[in-house]
Design a protein around this ligand. Structure first.
Ligand SMILES: Cc1cc2nc3c(=O)[nH]c(=O)nc-3n(C[C@H](O)[C@H](O)[C@H](O)COP(=O)(O)OP(=O)(O)OC[C@H]3O[C@@H](n4cnc5c(N)ncnc54)[C@H](O)[C@@H]3O)c2cc1C
Length: 356
């Protein structure tokens, strides 16, 4: 049995490294494989995250937090605009820096890591999983897919993903910026929104996400907001919804690979950190009890993470439907929002996740 890993994790970004680090408290017989040689790149994130990140990563180095903001302006299609202030701040973080920080903790925990190695497929054997990469064949008791929104592990396990996904594009640019700006409407970013997230008064991350033609909308928005086009330096897929199954016999998926994402904002950092802990606990319990069947993982992983963040995702799906509605409805909602903004100010900016 010595040549069999206890756990093989695919993906060394946020979810994969965090899950590996947490399981390493129980066993070091873990292999983490990551396709990219440079952790955190290419970046697929705006890096806007609630203060709750400190709850899940209490020793987060200060240098990872680039800006602290507690004001956001909401802009409707007809030009109605209001500002909300948050009691608690949101952070603009160095996202590649966050991935590297967690990856280094996993590395220092004594597990085995292979960079530049790509998961291809797996085969379920009687007593282990046979994992095929572009370079090797491995054996593992448990396989965890933390390989993002287009998860190859999830697909190999036959998990069903929401078909529709948003494509996000963003650049970092110079200008004059004060607070976070969110821009809504079918002409700006149909079904989602465009954002301006300042790193400081003179630099901001500007982008948007749409189901199609995101490049065209991105170009138009940049010209409207800063008067010129700039090539994007961030891009990626946002897939959300509640998946029926995020595990199978000897297999779990976590983070974007399990659509653990806020549907109304595309935010996945906090949900990934929460789910990585639940995934790690399920893996440790499975190894201790030597139970690897689907029901075990469904009860100890799927059910547990859905209990923790399932309702927040459902509330988010409802909110995302409202934000996808026609311009006249969004305009109406903004007019109401403006009237009640004094009261909304008292609510946490991360309001939809207030119970997490
Ligand atoms: C444009 C955009 C903006 C966003 N902004 C925010 C934001 O402001 N705040 C927020 O909270 N969330 C944001 N998100 C979402 C957030 O980025 C994700 O939820 C988060 O990155 C999920 O982390 P992950 O580790 O699960 O997946 P990923 O970050 O996608 O990491 C997956 C890892 O797996 C590796 N991998 C993939 N396939 C293989 C393979 N076959 N073999 C080996 N390795 C593989 C990849 O190289 C990668 O390192 C944004 C997303 C997008 C697209």
């Amino acid at each position: 049995m010595n040549d069999i890993f206890d756990v093989l994790i695919v993906g060394g970004a946020l979810s994969g490294s965090r899950t590996a680090q947490l399981i390493s408290n129980y066993t070091k017989n873990i292999l983490l494989i990551e396709d990219n040689k440079n952790i955190g790149y290419p970046c697929k994130c705006t890096g806007l995250v609630s203060w709750r990140i400190k709850k899940y990563l209490p020793f987060l180095p200060k240098k990872i937090i680039i800006n602290t903001i507690n004001k956001a302006s909401f802009n409707s299609p007809d030009g109605t605009n209001f500002i909300l202030k948050s009691k608690n701040p949101v952070y603009v973080i160095d996202r590649p820096g966050l991935d590297k920080y967690i990856y280094n903790m996993a590395k220092e925990s004594g597990i085995k890591i292979k960079n530049g190695e790509k998961f291809i497929s797996y085969k379920l054997m009687e007593e282990y999983v046979k994992v095929f990469t572009n370079k090797n064949v491995y054996k593992t008791k448990i396989l965890i897919g933390a390989d993002g929104a287009s998860s190859s592990v999830g697909k190999s396990a036959g998990l069903k993903y929401p078909e529709k996904y948003l494509i996000g594009v963003q650049t970092t640019t110079l200008g004059k910026f004060d607070n976070i700006e969110l821009w809504f409407g079918s002409k700006i970013s149909p079904n989602f929104f465009a954002w301006v997230v300042p790193e400081n008064k003179n630099i901001a991350r500007i982008g948007l996400a749409t189901y199609r033609k995101s490049g065209n909308y991105y170009e138009d928005f940049l010209k409207k907001r800063i008067g010129k086009f700039e090539k994007p330096n961030v891009g990626g897929i946002i897939r959300f919804g509640i998946m029926e199954k995020t595990s199978s016999e000897r297999v779990m998926v976590v983070g974007d690979a399990a659509c653990q994402v806020k549907p109304y904002s595309g935010g996945g950092i906090i949900f990934s950190l929460i789910s990585a802990k639940i995934c790690a606990n399920a893996a440790i319990k499975s190894l201790k009890e030597e139970k690897f069947d689907y029901k075990f993982f469904f009860d100890n992983y799927d059910k547990v993470w859905k209990k923790k963040i399932g309702n927040a995702i459902k509330r988010g799906l409802f909110l995302s439907k409202i934000l996808s509605s026609r311009n006249f409805l969004i305009n109406k909602l903004f007019k109401i929002g403006k009237i009640f903004s004094r009261f909304l100010n008292k609510i946490d900016m991360d309001l939809i996740n207030i119970f997490i």
